[in-house]
Write a new protein. Sequence first.
Length: 512
Amino acid sequence: MEEINTNGTEIEQDNYHKGYYRIEPCKWHNSPPLVNALKSIAEENVATFGFPGHNRGQAAPFPLVELIGETTYRHDILEVDNLSTPQGPILEAQKQAAQVFGASKTWFLVGGTTCGIHAAIMGVCNPGDTLILPRNCHKSAISAMVLSGVIPKYIFPDYDFHWDIPTVVSPSQVQKAIKELQYQGLKPGAVFITSPTYQGLCSNIKEISALCHLHNIPLIVDEAHGAHFGFHPSLPLSALQQGADVVAQSTHKVLFSLAQSSMLHVSPNNIADKDKINRCLQTLQTTSPSSLLLASLDAVTATLKNNPSSFFDNAINLAVEAKNKIEQIPGITVFDFPSAHDPLRLTVGVYDLGLSGYEADDFLFNDQKVISELPGSRSITLSFPPRTCKEHVDRLILGFNNLSSSFIHHQKNKEINHVGFRFSFEPWNDINMKLSPREAFFAKKKQVDIKDAIGKICGELICPYPPGIPITNPGEVISEIIIEILLKFKADGAKVIGASDPLLSSMLICDV
Ligand SMILES: Cc1ncc(COP(=O)(O)O)c(C=O)c1O
C-alpha cells in the first residue's frame, strides 16, 4: 500500500511507521490515528527522562491540575510523531483529513489559520510578486506580505453603509485587478480572497477560481470562518469544492478542535507547489507542537467522516428559529444577504434602538450572560456552533426582547439611527501606499502625536479585534479619515490591538 508523504510524493507504507515512534501501527492506524496513538503512549508504563518537564502530569502545577485535571497533562506528549516531517500518526491523520475535506494534501497547524495564511502566501508567491487581495483581509495576510516581500494590489469590496460592514469581492473586481496589472506588464503571483467574511458572507469562489485558472493564477482562500462548509446541504460549498487551490481554515472556529488548531489544504488542481508550502510550514511552525491540539484536529476529522450533516441539523434549525423570532422584535433588524452566506451566522442590527453593537453586546451579557462573537458599530454577529442548545437560544431571544423593551422608547444615541452616521465613505477609499508592507515594517520608526501623524507613512498595523481587519497598515499614508475611524472605534468600545500607544494619543510612523 502506498501513502502520500509531506512532499506530496508517494512512499512505501513500510518505511513510514517502522516503529520509529516505538508504537505499533496496529495500535493507532485506525481512525482517529493521532487520538489512538496518544491513548496507547499514555497507557504505557514508562520511565520518562525527557520533555515536557511536567513528566506526564507528575509535576503538573497544582493550580491548573485543580482546574482541568491530570489527564490533559498525561496526554501532552511530544514523541508521538514529528509535525515537520511526519511519518507516523500525524501523517496518517493528515491523510485522513485530506480525504474528508477533499484536498490532495492537508497540513495540521498549531499556529491557527494565521500560520496557514503565512505559509500559503509565502509558498505560492515569490518576493516582489504582486498579490491581489481585498483590503478587508485579516491582519495575517498583511504580516504574510511582510514575511514574503509580496506587494499588495488591493480590491475594495462592496461596502454596506447601512450596516457598516464590508461585504464580498465580485469576480468582476478580480478581473479588473488582473487587467490593471496586465496594463503594467505584471501578472499577480496569486489572488487571495477572504470567504466567508466574519459575518458569513461568501464571494463567488467558483467564478473567481475559474477566472484565476483562465489566467493560470493560483487562488488562495482564507476560509477561516468556513471550515464547516460542504458538510451539510444547507451550508455553502467549501472553497476546495469550488476550485480554490490553497485553503486555510480555522478548524477551531465553527468546527470543534481546540483553539489555535487549524488546517491548510491544497486542492487536487496541482497549481500550487506543495513542496514549497511544506518548506514554509517547516520554517513557520514550532518544533514542539502540542499533541493535544493536533489530536483535536484528528478528532474533528473522525467526527466528520460519518454522517456529518446530522451534526449540523440542530444548529441550522435553531439559527433559523432565532432569526425568525429576533426579526419580529421591535427596533431590531436581522441582516439579510441576497447571495450565498452561512446560515449559522446571524448579524442583528440594533441601530433603530439608538444603540451600538458594543452597547447591545454588554446589555446581552449583563442581562442573560449571552456572549456574542462580533460586536460592531451598528450590529452584533452571532455564531451558532454545532450542538447549539435550545435553552441558550431562548436566552438570546429573551435578551433581545429585553433590550428592545428597555430602549425602544428612550433611544440612547439618536444619531446612530442615521444611515451612514458612522461613515459616509468606505473606510479605505483613499488608500495611498508609499512603502510596501515589508519595507515599512523594517523602516526606522518614530512616535508622533496622533494629529501630527496625518500625511505621514504609517509604521504599525492597528485593528479592532475581532474582526482583525487592519484600519492602518504599515506603509500606507495616514489620512484624517483613518484617524477619525480609529478614534471612533476606540470611543465605541471596540478592542483595538496592535497600537504601540494603546491610548491612541500617539502613533508610530516610518521615519524615512
Ligand atoms: C477572516 C480571518 N482570517 C484569518 C483569521 C486568523 O485565524 P486564527 O485565529 O485561526 O489564526 C481570522 C481570525 O479571526 C479571521 O477572522
